[in-house]
Design a protein around this ligand. Structure first.
Ligand SMILES: [Zn+2]
Length: 159
């Protein structure tokens, strides 16, 4: 998984607890992330850190130490790994959507969006811990979304 290397731009501890729904280990997120992505009525009493479940098949987004969960339909914004829609952001700092990747790949066969994100990161303009629901850099998600779009294009050629 070479995409993990880019996460140096936002140093979030990755080891965390286990998702109570699917049993996979989660990524730890901070209050900064939760404040931005959990609506106020659910946010109160949820705690100052939580686990983020990265399993696309699992409906749980955040879980805390007391077994409370925030599910994918409860977050403020749709979450890249939980929602395959084209209107869903793959990059929350610079506002790129999955549909932007698809449009580039369909029209040009390639996309410069990862480069544009990396440029922004280098210039210190990313704010992943706050803006990204997973509380960390999006580049791994972007690379994966590109792979998925290319894979579906191979199976079903563009019309
Ligand atoms: Zn889960």
């Amino acid at each position: 998984m070479p995409d993990e290397t880019h996460e140096a731009c936002c140093k979030i501890p990755t080891a965390s607890r286990t998702c109570p729904e699917c049993g996979r280990p989660g990524r730890r997120v901070s209050a900064l992330t939760l404040d931005h992505h959990v609506p106020a009525p659910l946010r109160s009493g949820f705690g100052e850190e939580a686990g983020f479940c990265q399993n696309p098949a699992c409906p749980v987004v955040y879980f805390n130490g007391s077994g409370k969960t925030i599910r994918k339909d409860e977050t403020v914004f749709p979450v890249t790994v939980k929602d395959p829609g084209d209107e869903v952001n793959v990059c929350y700092c610079f506002g790129f959507k999955r549909g932007d990747l698809r449009r580039d790949l369909k029209s040009a066969g390639t996309t410069d969006i990862p480069e544009r994100i990396k440029q922004g990161v280098q210039e210190g303009r990313c704010d992943c811990e706050r803006k990204n629901p997973q509380g960390a850099c999006c580049l791994g998600n972007v690379a994966k979304a590109i792979q998925e779009i290319n894979r579906s294009a191979e199976k079903k050629p563009w019309r």
